[in-house]
Design a protein around this ligand. Structure first.
Ligand code: HH2
Length: 292
């Protein structure tokens, strides 16, 4: 269906660090926002955000994704100054964090300052449609870059969620965005791709993207996926955002099985434990054989 698959990604490169991709990575979500869809307001105050960051590291997060602008459906865009004023005290307070930080932003000025303040990666939910110069910035700094698929903007993305071929469209978009990043000077191992669950997709579309994630993984890039507490889980389970943990874990396991490398989640400990147990089971036959 697609051209021969390139070599699979072995590590995600971000500012002098290499995160090996031979085991699943958990990115803990830190929303420094008053209005995120599931945890808005909980970590808006810098002190509580910093405490939550350390808590997620203790729970086993391999990296943290820090954002200050909600991208929930219908959200209005935020000015760069307001976004940066929310992020600054948190990033400055996390200088000693032992794990890398990605900053969830679509804005060049915010990403530039975040990298200066020690962030290691840029998570761009617009997939370089907001500001393609983010790719040059990542290239110049050797920073990680996540390009995510979204239809339209958070304000409009749920207006039309019909696709003739959702996986084909998302895959081509990510392939193009990745190429743009490589042309701007990023190394292949720097650029991760993300299908953007919940960003301009129906519940069924999100399920199909998860079911066929191996087709996204065949691009050969590190694959991020963010199912955490999202409404497609609520749609299947008839559960509100606070009751979607089991569904989130199931979605993460399904994604990893189909080639995802990084799962972006709010509930770090239970997801990490589920992934660890699955890995132990998957490795058991080989281990038993070796011990014989
Ligand atoms: N989802 C959200 C935000 N950023 N980034 C990537 N790469 N992938 C995702 O799926 C993704 C993302 C939305 O979730 P959340 O941060 O919990 O909510 P909000 O945007 O309301 O702050």
């Amino acid at each position: 269906m697609y051209d021969a698959a390139p070599e699979p990604a072995r590590a995600w490169r971000l500012r002098g660090r290499q995160l090996p991709l031979d085991r699943p990575l958990v990115a803990g979500i830190l929303n420094v926002t008053p209005d995120s869809f599931s945890d808005g307001g909980r970590f808006f105050e810098p002190g509580s955000a910093i405490a939550r960051a350390w808590e997620m590291v203790a729970e086993g997060a391999h990296l943290l994704d820090v954002g200050a602008e909600s991208t929930r459906p219908g959200a209005e865009p935020l000015g760069a100054e307001t976004e940066w004023n929310r992020l600054r005290p948190v990033l400055e307070g996390l200088q000693d964090l032992p794990v890398p930080i990605s900053v969830d932003t679509t804005k060049l000025q915010v990403a530039e300052r975040a990298l200066e303040a020690g962030a290691s990666a840029i998570n761009d939910v617009s997939g370089l449609r907001g500001d393609p110069r983010l790719a040059e910035l990542a290239a110049r700094n050797g920073a990680g870059l996540v390009v995510m698929h979204m239809r339209g903007t958070p304000r409009t993305m749920q207006d039309d969620t019909h696709y003739d071929d959702i996986v084909g469209e998302v895959r081509s978009f990510l392939e193009r965005a990745r190429r743009t990043a490589l042309e701007a000077g990023c190394a292949p191992g720097q650029v991760a791709v993300d299908p953007g669950l919940g960003f301009g997709k129906s519940a069924r579309g999100n399920l199909e993207l998860l079911a066929r994630l191996d087709e996204i993984a065949s691009l050969g890039a590190p694959v991020w996926v963010g199912p955490s507490r999202k409404s497609f889980i609520g749609h299947v389970l008839d559960a509100g955002p606070d009751d979607r943990l089991a569904g989130t874990i199931a979605a993460c396991l399904a994604a990893i099985r189909r080639g995802a490398h990084v799962v972006r989640v709010h509930d770090v400990r239970p997801v990490r434990e589920a992934l660890e147990l699955t890995r132990a089971i998957d490795r058991a036959p080989a281990t038993a054989e070796a011990g014989r």
